[in-house]
Ligand binder design. Sequence first.
Ligand code: GAR
Length: 225
Amino acid sequence: MKPRTAILISGRGSNMAALLHAAADPAYPAEVALVLSNRADAAGLAVARAAGVPTAVVESRAFKGDRAAFEAAMMAELVRHEIGLVALAGFMRVLTEGFCAAWRDRMINVHPSLLPSFRGLDTHARALAAGVRLHGCTVHLVRPGVDEGPILAQAAVPVLPGDDAGSLAARVLAQEHRLYPAALAWLAAGQVAVEGEVARIAAPAAAGALANPLPLAAPLSTSGD
Ligand code: GAR
């Protein structure tokens, strides 16, 4: 049986939409059984409803900072829908140790940077400010530390001259939409093994290197002559 998967969102839900699109294929190994938002006004909820996926709202604001009570209410929804896997997709609440422990190795997140660089918010502006040449996104198993946990997959994009945070975010987001469905499929199909804090994927991996700007055709002389 396919693992019943909940997607947790806080906003527009474009990654959620990418997961729903992938899961519509009968061959996809996960079933999306619930979209849960911590905000009633999350735009992604309408997209989920239009796709015929059950939705639930647990308003984090209503809990006035009581994270344990907020998470207990979320957990009740997850149990009610017999959820086996959780995919965070732009879910903008920090989760407690207890919630992370309950879903250990069964909860994944997509983050818009090449972790462990640029944990937290405003990743694209911070990548530009740091002058990195490659930026990207990461799908990882969730641990209590913010944006920490065994990495399942990463995609790198070039930072181009003239980029601003918006153009860079769009380039990264296109890769999130490709990477996240693949990583959820590996987890759902039982192809992920965690050794220490390193995830091994029993799926074919591409070899090769990414470089940006491309290296010179002829190597720079380092001999001094
Ligand atoms: C995505 O870029 C996702 O990686 C990021 O929020 C955006 C949500 O967009 N998540 C985080 O920053 C979590 N640390 P979406 O709602 O369109 O999927």
